[in-house]
Design a protein around this ligand. Structure first.
Ligand SMILES: Cc1cc2nc3c(=O)[nH]c(=O)nc-3n(C[C@H](O)[C@H](O)[C@H](O)COP(=O)(O)O)c2cc1C
Length: 198
C-alpha cells in the first residue's frame, strides 16, 4: 500500500483548481472546498493577536453546528490568557505546542451520549475551517492529563474535555499541497466493499 505522500495528484484535482487554491490562500477568501483542501494542522504560530471579530465568528460557527438529536450538549472554554495557555500545555500529553497559540478552545461534551465524539469532531472541524477561512491556523490535541485539566479549568464531572484547539497566525505558509493522504482509489469502493472504483 502506498501512502500517497508527496503525490500532488493523489486526490485527482484538475490543475486550474490547484492553481486557484494556491492563489486563494495567499490573499483571498476561499470557497468551502478550497478551504478544506488547503487546511493543514498548524502547531507553530507567530506573535500576532487574532482579532475579537474573528474569534466571535469561530465561536458562532461552533454554535451553528448540528449535533446528534440537536442536543447541543457541548460547552466551550475560551482560553486567551498566556498563563492559562501555558497551563494547558502542562496539562497535555500530545499538545505542548499549545503554549505558542494565540488562544485555545476546550471542547467539552457529554460522555453519556454515544455520539458525543462525533459531535466534538464536527464542531472542531467547523471552527478550524472558519478560522482558516480568515487566514488563522489551528491545531488540535486529544492527549490530556485529565485530572489536572479538570482541576485547572474547573471542568464539571458531567462533561468530558474531548478536544482542545489552538489558534493563531501560522509561522509557515501552507497551501496544503504537501499533505500526506491516501489516494481515492485506495479509499473508495463502488456499491460494495472490495470492488474497484475504476
Ligand atoms: C481524532 C484526532 C486526534 C488528534 N490528536 C492530536 C494530538 O493529540 N496532538 C496533535 O498535535 N495533533 C493531533 N491530531 C492532528 C493530526 O495529527 C492531524 O489531523 C494529521 O496529522 C493530519 O495533519 P495535516 O492535516 O496537517 O496533514 C489529531 C487529529 C484527530 C482527527
Amino acid at each position: 500500500m502506498t501512502n500517497g505522500k508527496g503525490s500532488p495528484n493523489s486526490i485527482g484535482l484538475p490543475n486550474p483548481l490547484r492553481l486557484q487554491i494556491i492563489y486563494c490562500v495567499d490573499d483571498q477568501r476561499m470557497n468551502t472546498f478550497e478551504c478544506i483542501i488547503s487546511k493543514v494542522e498548524v502547531r507553530e504560530f507567530i506573535k500576532k493577536e487574532v482579532g475579537s471579530e474573528i474569534k466571535q465568528r469561530i465561536l458562532e460557527s461552533a454554535r451553528q453546528t448540528g449535533s446528534g438529536l440537536n442536543l447541543q450538549h457541548w460547552r466551550f472554554i475560551l482560553v486567551e490568557d498566556e498563563r492559562n495557555l501555558s497551563q494547558l500545555g502542562l496539562d497535555s500529553t500530545s499538545g505542548r505546542w499549545i503554549v505558542g497559540a494565540d488562544f485555545a478552545i476546550i471542547i467539552l461534551t457529554n460522555p453519556t451520549l454515544r455520539f458525543h465524539l462525533i459531535d466534538a469532531g464536527r464542531v472542531a472541524q467547523n471552527m478550524q475551517l472558519t478560522a482558516w477561512n480568515e487566514g488563522v491556523g489551528s491545531g488540535l490535541f486529544t492527549g490530556i492529563k485529565e485530572d489536572k485539566l479538570r482541576n485547572d479549568f474547573k471542568i464539571p464531572k458531567d462533561l468530558t474535555p474531548s478536544i482542545i484547539l489552538g489558534f493563531g497566525y501560522p509561522l509557515k505558509p501552507s497551501t496544503g499541497k504537501k499533505k500526506n493522504r491516501l489516494p481515492l482509489n485506495q479509499l473508495v469502493y463502488r456499491e460494495e466493499y472490495g470492488s474497484t472504483s475504476e
